[in-house]
Design a protein around this ligand. Sequence first.
Ligand SMILES: *[C@@H]1O[C@H](CO)[C@@H](O)[C@H](O)[C@H]1NC(C)=O
Ligand SMILES: *[C@@H]1O[C@H](CO)[C@@H](O)[C@H](O)[C@H]1NC(C)=O
Ligand SMILES: *[C@@H]1O[C@H](CO)[C@@H](O)[C@H](O)[C@H]1NC(C)=O
Ligand SMILES: *[C@@H]1O[C@H](CO)[C@@H](O)[C@H](O)[C@H]1NC(C)=O
Ligand SMILES: *[C@@H]1O[C@H](CO)[C@@H](O)[C@H](O)[C@H]1NC(C)=O
Ligand SMILES: *[C@@H]1O[C@H](CO)[C@@H](O)[C@H](O)[C@H]1NC(C)=O
Ligand SMILES: *[C@@H]1O[C@H](CO)[C@@H](O)[C@H](O)[C@H]1NC(C)=O
Ligand SMILES: *[C@@H]1O[C@H](CO)[C@@H](O)[C@H](O)[C@H]1NC(C)=O
Ligand SMILES: *[C@@H]1O[C@H](CO)[C@@H](O)[C@H](O)[C@H]1NC(C)=O
Ligand SMILES: *[C@@H]1O[C@H](CO)[C@@H](O)[C@H](O)[C@H]1NC(C)=O
Ligand SMILES: *[C@@H]1O[C@H](CO)[C@@H](O)[C@H](O)[C@H]1NC(C)=O
Ligand SMILES: *[C@@H]1O[C@H](CO)[C@@H](O)[C@H](O)[C@H]1NC(C)=O
Length: 562
Amino acid sequence: MMKPFSLLLILGAGFFIDVLAAPSPCPLVGPAFPWPTPSLENKCLDTARRNLSALLFKAANGSTNSIAVQAFDTSNTSPLFQWTYTADNLDTKLGVSHVDQDSVFRVGSVSKLWAMTLFLAEAGIDTFSDPVAKYIPEIQSAVSGDAIDSVQWANVTIGDLASHLAGVGRDYGILDLAANPSMTQMGFPVLQPNEIPPCGNPVPCNRTQFFSGLLQRHPTFPVSATPVYSNAAFQILGYVLEAIKNDTFENLFQSQIVRPLNLSHTFYTAPSPSLGVIPQGQGANFWNMDLGDENPAGGIYSSANDMAALGRAILNSTLIDPLTTRRWMKPHSHTSSLAYAVGAPWEITSFSLPRLIDLYTKSGDIGSYSSVLALSPDHGVGFTILVAGTGGHVVAAMVADLVAQTMLPALEYIAKDQARVRFAGTYSAPSRVVNSSISIITDDGPGLRVTNWTSNSTDMFQSLATLRGANDTSQITIRLYPTGLETPGKISFRALIPPDLGLAPIGPFTGSCITWVTVDSYIYGSVGLDEFVFTLDDHLRATSVSPRVLRIDLQRQNSSSG
Ligand SMILES: *[C@@H]1O[C@H](CO)[C@@H](O)[C@H](O)[C@H]1NC(C)=O
Ligand SMILES: *[C@@H]1O[C@H](CO)[C@@H](O)[C@H](O)[C@H]1NC(C)=O
Ligand SMILES: *[C@@H]1O[C@H](CO)[C@@H](O)[C@H](O)[C@H]1NC(C)=O
Ligand SMILES: *[C@@H]1O[C@H](CO)[C@@H](O)[C@H](O)[C@H]1NC(C)=O
Ligand SMILES: *[C@@H]1O[C@H](CO)[C@@H](O)[C@H](O)[C@H]1NC(C)=O
Ligand SMILES: *[C@@H]1O[C@H](CO)[C@@H](O)[C@H](O)[C@H]1NC(C)=O
Ligand SMILES: *[C@@H]1O[C@H](CO)[C@@H](O)[C@H](O)[C@H]1NC(C)=O
Ligand SMILES: *[C@@H]1O[C@H](CO)[C@@H](O)[C@H](O)[C@H]1NC(C)=O
Ligand SMILES: *[C@@H]1O[C@H](CO)[C@@H](O)[C@H](O)[C@H]1NC(C)=O
Ligand SMILES: *[C@@H]1O[C@H](CO)[C@@H](O)[C@H](O)[C@H]1NC(C)=O
Ligand SMILES: *[C@@H]1O[C@H](CO)[C@@H](O)[C@H](O)[C@H]1NC(C)=O
Ligand SMILES: *[C@@H]1O[C@H](CO)[C@@H](O)[C@H](O)[C@H]1NC(C)=O
């Protein structure tokens, strides 16, 4: 019996996310609170974990897909959540008979994320603006023909290749239907021998064959027109890194990723099948399928534990410095879905908490294997899904939906709860000095909310209303968001005080979320009215806050609500 997955029954129409309307309040892109540091005993996390296990168990019961799931964060080295399912169609003579967090799967195109991590760690992100021809003699000497027939290689940069914007073909040789003997019966013409790739089916193309074939392929689009997925682009990036480092990609992968992260179940080429999750039937063939020099695009093998280690390393800037990480984790182009953008080679999907957050993800499919690695830079958390079986991409995607919809709201809640303990309360100046105070709470919205703000006996909400030309304070809301600017013992926030346009959204301009334009718009003696800096004690709890425009430190008062 073939039972892919019964999740479609669970995922109802209620899960549909409307991203067209700008959410209110519309914060900046980025965290609403400092990263949570969830204790594994946390009650809310525990409930989310139980809920998720139950949902997964229900969905996977009887499935012909083996699955490993792990959610992780940067403050714990143990998983936030782990779950596995062993289908009864495994080839247990060849591979594992029970799936666990160390079981090895093929990760398919998630290899591109491993490859880009290595590339950035070793070559840096400044190379993104270099023409690829600088590093690849075959491309340097290529003579581009007319715009329809030839990629204009002189225009292609490393960054274009990394973000699927080069307009180069998806593959050369591999998966070419010329290898399928029934094509002519399906109405396709007989090919001349020189039209049939000499490699890729199944023997991988070597470098010479790859370039002589790829350079003949027609472009898909002009350079930097629209994102179009390309595996060949990542084979070329592999060659670029080899040229920059004068070493093989495989050696670099081993010495700069596998060894520093202490990964024991991640491989550049097929390891012993005894480590692997190998479905009966085609499983062994797909396990052994050799992609040769295309490995950086899709050849890597890994486990849930090791994928989590990669995710933590990216979030924590372990191998790549924080600035490069921030530059890397950005969209490079939109897709036709407002909730889905493309980076290098991130697949960025927006998710409603209901605050819109961006998940930086990569998914992969190769034969019987499908996988996902997803990171939430707003929370310092991520998760990975590895699947082997009959269901393919859609099973991994459905499991990823369940994990995201269960774990992320819980982590947002924990982040808010921890922020309440760290920052909420009333802060004031000694009354004999000046009558100044500020009250901060967490409510059902994002960020810390300022409820009362008095400076020298004056209501600052009224002052803001006056500055804005508003009649009263009812339209003034002040929410504080962490900026990520921190020094030992201090953490900075910015206030967002959304303007009231005075009308309901009508179209794309009135409906836009323009809070990002308003930051730092009132400055007094060169200090922004929206600048707030908290001083922290050894437990990272605030002891005072400075609304910096007031040039004053307000001491946190003891409060029973703690
Ligand atoms: C867990 O599931 C219950 C029942 O469906 C739901 O009320 C609750 O909000 C869920 N909690 C979490 C943290 O997922
Ligand atoms: C799992 O599937 C079996 C067979 O369809 C069914 O009897 C059992 O109740 C299911 N278990 C759960 C927890 O859904
Ligand atoms: C991430 O980095 C922080 C700060 O350097 C460190 O305290 C933490 O242990 C790291 N987390 C992991 C999982 O390595
Ligand atoms: C794009 O490539 C063409 C040749 O194919 C070249 O003439 C042109 O200068 C290039 N443009 C840029 C901006 O590199
Ligand atoms: C690539 O393969 C072809 C055909 O087998 C062979 O003639 C050529 O020498 C190989 N090139 C390299 C660089 O190995
Ligand atoms: C390293 O450089 C030498 C000398 O140019 C070259 O022969 C060799 O192929 C290079 N190795 C790699 C892996 O690029
Ligand atoms: C490396 O991983 C192994 C298990 O896979 C563990 O026993 C060992 O302590 C780890 N070493 C370091 C330095 O993390
Ligand atoms: C201001 O603070 C007082 C007491 O601290 C509280 O009762 C009142 O609700 C606050 N005002 C607002 C608008 O939150
Ligand atoms: C408070 O305001 C009064 C005027 O209303 C002013 O004289 C005084 O200097 C102010 N105090 C401080 C500390 O700014
Ligand atoms: C401080 O200022 C507020 C707002 O003007 C006022 O309501 C309050 O009575 C003042 N408190 C003192 C002690 O002056
Ligand atoms: C402010 O008050 C004046 C006079 O009452 C009124 O004409 C105006 O429409 C009000 N403006 C706003 C933005 O409410
Ligand atoms: C807050 O509590 C500490 C000890 O619990 C005490 O020393 C301090 O004076 C209190 N501060 C205020 C402003 O009540």
